[in-house]
Write a new protein. Structure first.
Length: 227
């Protein structure tokens, strides 16, 4: 099964809205850090329901916004969730972005980058489409240090890239992006029951759940295109 088929089934089942709700816990903090100025162009890789672009238009006065996804059903749903003419949705592959060189001010990706078939090529493509000084905010929950995420690969047929934080930094640099920063963005909203509730269906110990959400959370790596 490929990425499009997998996520088309998710969209048909309405799981895109569930993803939006879960991702929003940390995505909103990442979006708030992107230095978007009024009128600037934003590209969202693996846009899903398009929630990130709607938020940037509503709160940051972003200009033209594009959501790229490989799943037609995801894109169909995303179009239905907005009537903003400044938001457009494009079906495409991460390793061959259908955008002109130096045409985008900011690229954002939440919980999607690790689905890239060739992640280094994807980073090179991001570097190509970014204008000088443009930024790439890459947010992932599936990464090496987050041992609680490793089992995810067993539950999905798509091969995912599981890099460590240093590997993300090295890959950004290899692709020609300056690494402006990297940090863990904690999820402070997912409810963690009292100790007496453990073990739960998904968690053996409360300490593990605290580590997963409050400490590890989302790994954010920020790249900048050379001026």
């Amino acid at each position: 099964m490929n990425v499009a088929t997998e996520f088309d089934s998710w969209a048909a089942e309405g799981r895109d809205r569930g993803m939006e709700e879960r991702h929003w816990h940390t995505a909103k903090h990442v979006l708030a850090r992107i230095p978007v100025e009024a009128g600037e162009t934003v590209l969202d890789l693996g846009t899903g329901s398009g929630y990130a672009l709607r938020a940037l238009r509503e709160t940051r006065s972003a200009g033209r916004c594009y959501g790229l996804d490989g799943a037609p059903e995801m894109l169909r749903n995303a179009r239905d969730y907005t009537d903003d003419d400044a938001i457009g949705f494009v079906r495409g592959d991460f390793d061959a972005l259908p955008f002109a060189t130096d045409s985008v001010d900011h690229v954002f990706s939440m919980e999607a980058f690790y689905y890239a078939q060739n992640p280094i090529q994807t980073l090179r493509e991001i570097r190509r489409v970014l204008r000088p000084g443009g930024t790439f905010y890459c947010a992932v929950n599936y990464y090496e240090e987050n041992v609680h995420s490793h089992v995810w690969q067993e539950n999905i047929s798509i091969e995912m890239t599981r890099w460590s934080a240093p590997e993300y930094r090295d890959a950004f640099r290899e692709a020609g992006l300056f690494v402006a920063g990297q940090q863990n963005v904690p999820d402070t909203e997912t409810e963690i029951p009292d100790e007496s509730a453990f073990p739960t269906e998904e968690w053996e110990a409360r300490a593990a759940m605290v580590e997963r959400y409050r400490e590890l959370g989302t790994l954010l790596t920020v790249g900048v295109a050379p001026a």
